[in-house]
Design a protein around this ligand. Structure first.
Ligand code: GLN
Length: 444
């Protein structure tokens, strides 16, 4: 029948669009052909969706954009993938990322750089840059990314789409290749806040395969159109104190605050003293957890194996060949901060600062419904232009605190800076994800 044909055509159109633009954009590491694409019954039957290539897909290669997993074909689906399929979505391919999601530009993929659809000489952001470019360019209707310190929100901001990092524990991490387990969350990347809410409705919930998931059923859609009249918003003074803030991004941020006030919100500047330590804290904790999580790639259990005479040499040559420079840097950083000599000075100290930051944020959320910041201090930058690791890490100045505190955070497109999209970030209290989306819906 007609409807059936129309539905099928969605997949065809997605594939033809990918065929038309992906040679240049390079959003995808793997694109399925029409026969390989599973079309299931369900309310979202045949709607084309892309999955970041660090989320496992049964019988579809999952590389994490790393040479060490270049030929890895998982025997099972991540919980989020299983849920999307059950709702009818058609997975058309796996998207590019910074290797093991370590990065903010997709330049650190072991395979190739993805380009920003708004300006092909610029990065799409990262680490979920492939997913962001695929949605922004219209290759797919929606995508999933993962966010450990901003990897859903920042590429969404750079590409002019919506990206949402849920409360820690709301979405199952089963089948998400672990980077920093206490920070990682999977989140939707879409053209509208409503679409993000629809995906959240499908993918959230308790999962027996992820013991950190929480048993709550949330309604993301019923109140989403109800506006923000009377809501209280905190704007951290630390945003203005950050000297790397782009002038035009700052202007868009001011305009957004004006809009929020016009819609009946009350905005107040607040001091969140520990906010300025978030990036430093993140770059101790994330590499520490990564160094432990990545120990499994030893040339024995998964992926690449470079056989040498001795076991130790096999490990070391396999890992040195298989991991890229950024991943090796993080493993070394993490091993160092977890070592007996430096544990107290670095890792343990970072854990304490993380607690203080969460306490500070709790105090803010006693008085406010949400915190507003720009998602990124700058718009999309030129490919190859930021090479110093510290300057590169500093770009995460506004996103990492949400992961450290486990709170929900949304990036919504809001105007342009230098002709490139700007994202505004809305951060809420733990488990107030529907409220965060409702606020985003009001300002998009
Ligand atoms: N840019 C941050 C990093 O490099 C965050 C990455 C992420 O969220 N996966 O670690």
């Amino acid at each position: 029948d007609c409807l059936e044909v129309e539905r099928r055509n969605l997949v065809k159109e997605s594939l033809s669009e990918i065929g038309r633009v992906d040679g240049v954009l390079k959003s995808f590491i793997t694109v399925l052909n029409e026969e390989q694409i599973e079309v299931n019954e369900g309310p979202f039957k045949a709607i084309p969706i892309a999955i970041k290539d660090n989320i496992v897909t049964k019988n579809i290669r999952t590389t994490c954009a790393s040479k060490i997993l270049e030929n890895y074909v998982p025997p099972y689906d991540a919980t989020v993938v299983r849920k999307l399929k059950k709702a009818g979505f058609a997975i058309v391919g796996k998207t590019n990322l910074d290797e093991f999601a370590m990065g903010s530009s997709t330049e650190r993929s072991a395979f190739f750089v993805t380009r920003n659809p708004w300006d092909l000489s610029r990065v799409p952001g990262g680490s979920s840059g492939g997913s962001a470019a695929a949605v922004a360019s219209g290759e797919v209707v929606a995508a999933l990314g993962s966010d450990t310190g901003g990897s859903v929100r920042q590429p969404a901001a750079f590409c002019g789409i919506v990206g949402f990092k849920p409360t820690y524990g709301l979405v199952s991490r089963y089948g998400l290749v672990a980077f920093a387990s206490s920070l990682d969350q999977i989140g939707p990347m879409t053209k509208s806040v409503r679409d993000a809410a629809i995906l959240m409705q499908i993918i959230h919930g308790k999962d027996e395969f992820d013991s950190t998931t929480v048993d709550v059923k949330m309604d993301f859609l019923s109140h989403i159109e109800q506006g923000i009249e009377g809501f209280r918003f905190a704007v951290p003074v630390e945003v203005y104190e950050y000297e790397g803030l782009d002038k035009e991004v700052a202007e868009r941020f001011e305009e957004c605050i004006k809009l929020v006030e016009k819609l009946g919100g009350k905005v107040e500047k607040v001091k969140i003293p520990t906010l300025k330590y978030a990036v430093a804290t993140y770059y101790v904790i994330a590499p520490a957890e990564a160094s432990s999580n990545l120990a499994r790639y030893d040339g024995v259990k998964y992926g690449l194996r470079i056989e040498k005479a001795g076991l130790k040499e096999t490990y070391s040559v396999t890992r040195t060949t298989g991991f890229g420079e950024e991943v090796r840097r993080r493993i070394m950083l993490g091993t160092f901060t977890l070592s007996a000599t430096y544990y107290e000075a670095y890792f343990n100290k970072a854990q304490k600062v993380r607690r203080l930051l969460a306490n500070d944020l709790n105090a803010v959320f006693d008085r406010f419904d949400a915190i507003l910041t720009p998602t990124s201090p700058i718009p999309a930058f030129k490919i190859g232009s930021i090479t110093d690791p510290l300057a590169y890490y500093l770009m995460d100045v506004f996103t990492t605190f949400a992961n450290l505190a486990g709170v929900p955070a949304l990036s919504v497109p809001f105007g342009f800076a230098q002709g490139l999209p700007v994202g505004i970030q809305v951060v809420g209290k733990r488990f107030e994800d529907p409220k965060v989306l409702r606020i985003g819906r009001s300002i998009e």
